[in-house]
Design a protein around this ligand. Structure first.
Ligand SMILES: Cc1cc2nc3c(=O)[nH]c(=O)nc-3n(C[C@H](O)[C@H](O)[C@H](O)COP(=O)(O)OP(=O)(O)OC[C@H]3O[C@@H](n4cnc5c(N)ncnc54)[C@H](O)[C@@H]3O)c2cc1C
Length: 476
C-alpha cells in the first residue's frame, strides 16, 4: 500500500463520524464549506509528498517492508532522523503559509512516546502491539492526531481525588472485558481530530496508584461508536473587507471530544492501569511534541521578520536606528529558535531505543519562542503603525468616490503602492491574531510546564557547575 495521495486521504474521511460545528451536525467534513478548508490544510502533507522536490524529505525507504513510507512513521534512531523530520515539518508549514498540515507529526510524536514507554516497561505484548500499529501506519499512511489534554476540573486535584466534583474530568477505563476495554471521559483542544483518520489518546499527567484507571493509552478511528466531537468556530475565508487573495486559506479547528463508553479492542490498547508509566509516556510525548512545535514556529517567525521588514520599507523607516534594532531582535528570535532546535535534534539522547531531541535545549527552544512571542507581535504592531487597526477596507478602496483619496493619502515611501501597504496590513492582521497568541503560549504545554522540565533536566548541569565552583573556591 504505502503512500496515500491527497485525494485518497480526503475520500477516507466520509465515514459517518459524529461531528458538530456551530450548533449543527456535520454529515461530511470534506464537503462542509468551513471544515473542508481544514481538510485541504491537512491534505498539504500528502500533496508535499507527491511533489518531486520534496519527495526525498517526505519519504523513507523502509527496508523491512521493501517500500517507501512516510518519514513521520519511520522510527527515529539518529539525530539526523530527528533533524530531517524537523525540516519536513518546516517545509510543510511553509507550504501552508505558516499553518502546519498536521496529518502525521503529532500522531508520530505519540507513536514514538508510546513505543519508548513500552520498551522501558519491557512489556512484550505492548511492544508487539505498538510496533504492529506502526507497521499499519507505515502501510496505510493515514492521518493520526493526538488527544492528550484532559478537561481536568480542579487543576490542583488528582483525577481520582474525591474533591473533584465528578470522576470524569480525566478520561478513564470504566470496564475491562475479554476483548478490550471501555473508556469514558473527554479530551479538549484536539487539533485536527475532526478530519483525521484516527486519534491517539494518552494521559495528560503522571498518575498515582489511586489513579490507575486513568492511566490509559490507545488509538481508535474517528468514527468509533461513542466518539462525539464539537469543533471550535474559526474563520475559513478571507473577509470581503480584505483585499482578495488567491492563495488558499489555511486553518485548523480543535475539537472537544467526548468518549461516551467507547469500546477499544486490546490490540489497540497501549497502556491500561500501569500508573507508574503514565509519567514516562507524558514526558516523552511532551518532549517529542515540543520539538515538533518549534518546527511549526520557524515559518511563523519567518513571516514576522518578513512583514516587519516590508512594512518598515513601505513606511520609509527601515533605516532608522530603532527600527534596525527591532529587525535585529526579530532575526535573533528566528535564528535562536532555529539554532536551538537543530542543536536539540543533533545532540539527541536515546530513550527506550528511540532517539529523542535533547530535553533541555528542546524545552528552552519552545519556552523561548512562547515567552518572547508577544514581544515579537509588539515589534510588528509598532512598526506597522495605527493603520493596522484603522485602515479603510478593501470595499472602501473599490468605491470610485473614495479610491483616489485613499490612494493619495495613504501611500507611504515613494515607490511602494498604497495597495501594497494596505495588503500588508491585511496579512499582518491575519497572522497576528489572538488565536496564534494563545497557541503560542499553551500549545505543547504552558510556559510553566517547560520551565519545570528545564529545571528538572538541568539537574546534572547544575550539580556539575556547583562542584566546579566549589573546587575553584577550595571548599571541597
Ligand atoms: C489552539 C490549541 C491547540 C491545542 N492542540 C492540542 C492537541 O492537538 N492535543 C492536545 O492534547 N492538546 C492540545 N492543546 C492543549 C494544550 O497543550 C493545553 O492548552 C496546555 O497544556 C494548557 O492546558 P489548559 O488549556 O488546560 O490550561 P491549564 O492547564 O488550565 O493552564 C492555565 C494556567 O493554569 C496553570 N496551572 C495548571 N495546573 C496548575 C496547577 N496544578 N497548579 C498551579 N497552576 C496550574 C498553568 O500553568 C497556566 O498558567 C491545544 C491548545 C490550544 C490552545
Amino acid at each position: 500500500m504505502g503512500l496515500k495521495t491527497a485525494a485518497q486521504y480526503k475520500a477516507s474521511l466520509n465515514d459517518g463520524r459524529v461531528l458538530y460545528y456551530k450548533g449543527e451536525r456535520v454529515d461530511n467534513v470534506t464537503t462542509h464549506p468551513d471544515l473542508s478548508v481544514c481538510v485541504d490544510t491537512m491534505a498539504l502533507d500528502y500533496e508535499l509528498a507527491e511533489m518531486p522536490e520534496y519527495h526525498d524529505l517526505a519519504t523513507v525507504f523502509d527496508e523491512g517492508l521493501g517500500e517507501e513510507i512516510n518519514r513521520y512513521y519511520h522510527m527515529p534512531l539518529t539525530g539526523d532522523d530527528l533533524l530531517q523530520q524537523f525540516k519536513l515539518i518546516v517545509a510543510s508549514t511553509r507550504m501552508g503559509d505558516g499553518f502546519i498540515p498536521l496529518a502525521h507529526d503529532i500522531g508520530a510524536d505519540a507513536l514514538n512516546a508510546i513505543a519508548i514507554t513500552a520498551n522501558i516497561m519491557g512489556d512484550a505484548d505492548y511492544i508487539r502491539r505498538i510496533e504492529a500499529f506502526r507497521t499499519y501506519l507505515k502501510q496505510s499512511d493515514i492521518a493520526v492526531v493526538t488527544a492528550m489534554s484532559d478537561v481536568k476540573g480542579d487543576r490542583t486535584l488528582r483525577p481520582s481525588d474525591p474533591g473533584q466534583s465528578h470522576p470524569d474530568y480525566y478520561l478513564r477505563v470504566v470496564e475491562r472485558r475479554d476483548d478490550g476495554i471501555v473508556v469514558r471521559g473527554s479530551k479538549i483542544h484536539i487539533t485536527g481530530a475532526p478530519y483525521s483518520n484516527e486519534i491517539f489518546v494518552i494521559p495528560s499527567r503522571a498518575m498515582t496508584a489511586e489513579d490507575a484507571d486513568y492511566a490509559v493509552a490507545f488509538a481508535i478511528p474517528c468514527n468509533t461508536p461513542g466518539v462525539k466531537m464539537i469543533c471550535r468556530p474559526f474563520q475559513s475565508h478571507i473577509s470581503d473587507l480584505e483585499f482578495p487573495n488567491s492563495r488558499p486559506v489555511r486553518v485548523h479547528t480543535d475539537a472537544f471530544i467526548i468518549f461516551d463508553d467507547v469500546f477499544v479492542p486490546w490490540e489497540r490498547v497501549f497502556l491500561c492501569g500501569e500508573w507508574q508509566h503514565a509519567a514516562t509516556l507524558v514526558y516523552n510525548f511532551a518532549l517529542m511534541h515540543r520539538r515538533t512545535g518549534c518546527a511549526y514556529r520557524i515559518p511563523m517567525s519567518e513571516q514576522f521578520l518578513g512583514v516587519a521588514q516590508a512594512i518598515a520599507d513601505f513606511n520609509g523607516i527601515a533605516k532608522a536606528p530603532h527600527v534596525r534594532e527591532k529587525l535585529t531582535d526579530l532575526v535573533i528570535y528566528l535564528e535562536t529558535l532555529r539554532g536551538l532546535s537543530y542543536a536539540a535534534c543533533l545532540d539527541f539522547v536515546t530513550y527506550g531505543g528511540i532517539a529523542v531531541p535533547n530535553p533541555v535545549s528542546t524545552n528552552i527552544a519552545k519556552y523561548y519562542f512562547a515567552d518572547e512571542y508577544h514581544k515579537v507581535i509588539k515589534i510588528v504592531q509598532d512598526l506597522a503603525g495605527g493603520l493596522l487597526v484603522t485602515a479603510p477596507t478593501h470595499k472602501d478602496f473599490l468605491l470610485p468616490e473614495l479610491r483616489a483619496d485613499i490612494e493619495h493619502y495613504l501611500g507611504g515611501k515613494a515607490g511602494f503602492s498604497t495597495e501594497a501597504r494596505l495588503r500588508m496590513f491585511d496579512l499582518i492582521r491575519r497572522i497576528s491574531g489572538a488565536d496564534r497568541e494563545t497557541i503560542a503560549l499553551h500549545g505543547e504545554g504552558s510556559l510553566q510546564a517547560q520551565r519545570m522540565t528545564i529545571l528538572m533536566e538541568a539537574g546534572k548541569v547544575i550539580r556539575e557547575c556547583r562542584r566546579m565552583v566549589e573546587e575553584q573556591a577550595e571548599i571541597v
